[in-house]
Design a protein around this ligand. Structure first.
Ligand code: NAP
Ligand code: MG
Length: 403
């Protein structure tokens, strides 16, 4: 059988620990036998980031702008313990943060649904995808502890020196104070990323804020979304048969729980942080979540939603057998290959991505799964397999489907 041909290379960002090992296995076992892989490879493993003073992360993000589609392995975000463990020159920044800053993107997360693993919310039969704004608000705030009576004001000084003032509160005793901001450029690119993603997935888009209470701040988010929708997306949404829908966050929460899923839920930074953990947990597991960063220019970076699974890695180094779930990492590859196939009009590549996803899902639905899922699955017959055997079981099914 001749291998499937690619046109444009995928930007490949290798990573750390257990996911780095899975990365190699996936390529050897599930990709290289079928696809003549073309990648522009960047080693984002912590050792190589340190050797290059993190330049490799910047280069990988720039390559994503050049080629348009990237696939990324989970990476270590160094903390004090990692600086010691890897004898680092510096506590390098989170690669995801660096890449996000360069691509100016929005992160979309969606669950991988399989038979036998029921969401905690029974009526969720289709995926709910969270789109989280990743700039500003409480994550870039300034806070103050107030320890005595006094007057707190919001002051804006324009470049020409003009001041605009507004009273926050007259403190009669101790309290706390906080200032935060956002910028139109970021809100606009968040909105466009959401509209583009909804079109790409052919799913309705919901957006929610607390605009009834925050009449200027949150209301501005609502207005920006509406203006961009009216001016740029109304028609393509109609053609795709999907809807844009705004509602108050309280109402959104109630509707989400009552819904059957099947939409993209755009959230402000804090709401997205909280709601994505709620949604992920209710669907089952972080190892069954896909994650993609989409830039307003239409660059895509696919990854798993979980980390490098450090505890399993140390067990692996001790020579113990691990049962690490490769699903999210496989789906990072299929997401990227499918997008590459669509952009380059390579039907075989798109079909291959579909088949690999189906074979992976079928493996679990036929009762063969890693330890994390055995605990969740309601199938009467299930078999726990180790990291590599899970991939071999997928390979068996993929081989049948590729005949
Ligand atoms: P983690 O890798 O998400 O794993 C936490 C725990 O979740 C694991 O110990 C395991 O539980 C379970 N788990 C996660 N993924 C799994 C999988 N694929 N299969 C089976 N079980 C899975 O988080 P961490 O171990 O706390 O973080 C390790 C490193 O990842 C950190 O250095 C952090 O900086 C980095 N990180 C990277 C990213 C990213 O690159 N996108 C995101 C988050 C964290 P059990 O041990 O109970 O089996
Ligand atoms: Mg969080």
């Amino acid at each position: 059988m001749s291998k499937i041909i690619m046109k444009t290379p995928l930007v490949e960002m290798d990573g750390d620990e257990m996911t780095r090992i899975i990365w190699r296995f996936i390529k050897d076992e599930l990709l290289n036998p079928y696809v003549a892989l073309k990648t522009d490879y960047y080693d984002l493993g912590l050792t190589h980031r340190d050797e290059t003073n993190d330049q490799v992360t910047i280069d990988a993000a720039e390559a994503t702008k050049k080629y348009g589609v990237a696939v990324k392995c989970a990476t270590i975000t160094p903390n004090a313990a990692r600086v010691k463990e890897y004898n680092l020159k510096e506590m390098w920044k989170s690669p995801n943060g660096t890449i996000r800053a360069i691509l100016d993107g929005t992160v979309f997360r969606a669950p991988i649904l399989v038979e036998g693993i029921q969401p905690a919310v029974r009526n969720w039969t289709r995926p709910i995808c969270i789109a989280r704004h990743a700039y500003g608000d409480v994550y870039k705030n300034t806070e103050m502890r107030i320890d005595r009576p006094g007057k707190a004001e919001l002051v804006f000084t324009a470049e020409d020196g003009t001041e605009t003032k507004s009273l926050i509160h007259t403190f009669e005793g101790p309290g706390v104070l906080m200032g935060m901001h956002n910028v139109d450029k970021s809100i606009e690119s968040f909105a466009r990323a959401c509209f583009n993603y909804a079109l790409d997935q052919k799913m309705d888009l919901w957006f929610s804020t607390k605009d009834t209470i925050s009449k200027t701040y949150d209301h501005h988010f609502k207005d920006v979304f509406q203006e961009i929708y009216d001016a740029e997306y109304q028609e393509s949404f109609k053609e795709a048969g999907i809807e844009y829908f705004y509602t108050l966050i309280d109402d959104a929460v109630a509707r989400v729980v009552r819904s059957e899923g099947g939409f993209v839920w755009a959230c402000k930074n804090y709401d997205g942080d909280v709601m994505s953990d709620m949604i992920a947990t209710a669907y089952g597991s972080l190892a069954m979540m896909t994650s993609v960063l989409v830039s307003p220019e239409g660059y895509y970076e696919y990854e798993a939603a979980h980390g490098t699974v450090q505890r399993h890695y140390y067990r692996h180094l001790e020579g113990e057998s691990t049962s690490t779930n490769a699903m999210a990492t496989i789906f990072a590859w299929t997401g990227a290959l499918r997008k590459r196939g669509e952009l380059d009009q390579l039907k075989d590549l798109v079909d291959f991505a579909d088949k690999l996803e189906k074979a992976s899902i079928r493996t679990i639905e036929e009762g063969v799964m890693t330890g994390d899922l055995v605990a969740l699955s309601s199938l009467p017959e299930k078999k726990k397999v180790n990291t590599m055997d899970f991939l071999k079981e997928i390979r068996k099914r993929l081989d049948q489907d590729m005949q």
